[in-house]
Design a protein around this ligand. Structure first.
Ligand code: NAD
Length: 492
């Protein structure tokens, strides 16, 4: 049962600067609950002066933290994990309040963040570096070193999980971490900050700065910030990437998505029905891994019927969450109207939905399935970010792959089939960083890294797992000789 507890008084999301909580001196921003449309909290933007002060403190805190052995840094992360597990209900409730997810989804997001945390904890064993004798009496070794102060800008759709993709790894590697949460969902950040403080993270190693684009720009431009991780829409990802790299700094900016699922007629009906419906309705479609185009090859009516039946079981406010803002609900409704006018057949209509009792004032849209969608239309090409799936009928798998390959994004793609060689064909040919075979939300689990390609990612590497380590660190190469060698060569 999804029983969120709305706050009885306004919650606050202060900044965390040098280990002290304080309200920003800048513009006040209200935080709304998508469940009922009420203001549930406030935050204040950090001013440029506050950003300056915070990063100066982060920079001096980093010196001691960077010199702390990784085995000691991970002890803080072990305690952080225990605290998150102890407080998971409280944190999940706040995620749900400000984001609109159902409680189960909020908890699952925190658990996924904890998986990344567990990976970071294991760096003390996994990331021992290497050393070898490269010439007689000469040894080369790798030493991983922190960058200094790094920053992370996060989106609204996973207030706990997305920050937890980078907080554990970047901090365990010895960096100070400056976090700018989404202004739509800043409340969860306070709980994560409190948990890290309780875990014993030294003051200044985690900084939280609230605000919008001005705050982000001040963070990027600060001379002590060496790297910027970003997760959000492609438009802003590209802006942040360009601004950061123009300053000669490294940036890894994950953007939006338009994920395609190729449905073949031989797919298991039950698996396809559940996997595809859950992919586009889970988190009310506000996932960068959500399916949004279904490329139905040949006669896949049985599977499509199963998808419709599964999607119909969604009950808003009970087993399906809300949309982040009223504006976004309006945008989604108008996208459905436009698709309908352009000739799409509506197999399931989520407009004018009924929400659970008490949540009538919230931002809701039910699962919507559009059929016979024109591949050139908005519903096929634009990231809508809601519980809407557009079916495009394809006469064969080549046509389906052609459409998938032509889309500008490249986060996820999936295929549902019982034929191994066709599955392999899609896995090889899909133009996406993460591919699912009979999986609707193909999120890699640690230690496998998360990251897309094309316009879903600007920068090199991935945001989690092994492929993220080099982004948050330098690898120093040390070459050593202690004795003169008789048979010396160019190196000895
Ligand atoms: P958004 O791009 O609007 O905002 C993301 C962050 O950027 C926020 O912290 C926001 O304050 C900041 N921001 C907004 N405008 C800015 C500007 N002009 N300059 C600098 N910073 C700015 O994204 P959102 O609406 O919060 O999140 C939804 C988007 O995130 C979707 O497109 C979704 O696909 C994407 N997303 C991608 C991934 C991924 O892994 N690729 C994961 C989660 C979400």
């Amino acid at each position: 049962m999804n029983k969120i507890t709305l706050p009885t008084s306004l919650m606050e999301a202060p900044n965390l600067i040098g280990g002290e909580w304080s309200n920003g001196q800048g513009e006040k921003i209200d935080v709304y609950s998508p469940y009922n449309g009420s203001v549930v909290g406030t935050t204040n933007s950090a001013t440029a002066n506050e950003v300056e002060l915070a990063i100066t403190k982060a920079s001096s805190a980093q010196v001691a933290w960077g010199n702390t052995p990784v085995k000691e840094r991970t002890k803080v992360m072990f305690r952080f994990r225990e605290i998150l597990l102890r407080d998971i209900d409280k944190i999940a409730n706040v995620v749900s309040i400000e984001n609109g997810k159902i409680l189960g989804e909020s908890k699952a997001g925190i658990m996924k963040g904890i998986e990344v945390l567990e990976y970071a904890i294991s760096l003390q064993n996994l990331d021992a570096g290497s050393k070898m004798e490269v010439s007689r009496g000469v040894q080369c070794e790798y030493r991983r070193e922190p960058l200094g102060v790094v920053a992370s800008i996060t989106p609204f759709n996973f207030p706990a999980m997305v920050p937890m993709w980078t907080i554990p790894i970047a901090i365990t590697l010895g960096n100070s971490y400056v976090w700018k949460p989404s202004e739509k969902t800043p409340l969860t950040a306070t709980l994560i900050g409190e948990a890290l403080i309780e875990a014993g993270l030294p003051a200044g190693v985690l900084t939280i700065l609230n605000g919008t684009s001005d705050c982000v720009n001040s963070i990027i431009d600060h001379q002590d910030v060496k790297a910027v991780g970003f997760v959000g829409s492609s438009k802003i990802a590209k802006l942040v990437y360009q601004r950061t790299t123009a300053l000669g700094k490294r940036a890894l900016c994950l953007g939006g998505a338009k994920n395609h699922i190729i449905l073949l007629p031989d797919a298991d009906v039950e698996m396809a029905g559940a996997g595809i419906a859950d992919s586009f309705t889970g988190c009310a479609g506000q996932r960068c891994m959500a399916a949004s185009v279904l490329l139905a090859v040949g006669d896949s009516e049985k599977q499509i019927e199963a998808i419709i039946e599964r999607a119909k079981t969604a009950s808003l406010g009970n087993n399906m969450g809300a949309i982040i803002t009223k504006d976004q609900v309006d945008f989604l409704n108008s996208a459905i109207d436009k698709a309908e006018k352009a000739g799409a057949k509506i197999l399931l209509d989520g407009r004018n939905p009924k929400a659970a009792e008490g949540y009538e004032g919230g931002y809701w849209l039910g699962p919507t399935i559009l059929d016979n969608v024109d591949p050139e239309s908005e519903a096929s090409k634009v990231e809508l970010f809601g519980p809407i799936i557009s079916i495009i009928r394809c006469k064969n798998i080549s046509k389906a792959l052609e459409i998938e390959n032509a889309n500008e994004y490249g986060n996820a793609a999936s295929v549902f089939t019982s034929n191994g060689s066709l599955a392999e064909m899609v896995a090889s040919a899909a133009s996406a960083g993460m591919v699912g075979i009979n999986i609707g939300v193909p999120v890699p689990r640690e230690p496998f890294s998360f990251g897309g390609i094309n316009d879903s990612k600007f920068g090199y590497g991935d945001i989690t797992g092994e492929n993220s380590l080099n982004f948050w660190s330098h690898t120093k190469k040390v070459t050593t000789k202690w004795q003169m060698q008789n048979d010396h060569n160019w190196m000895s």
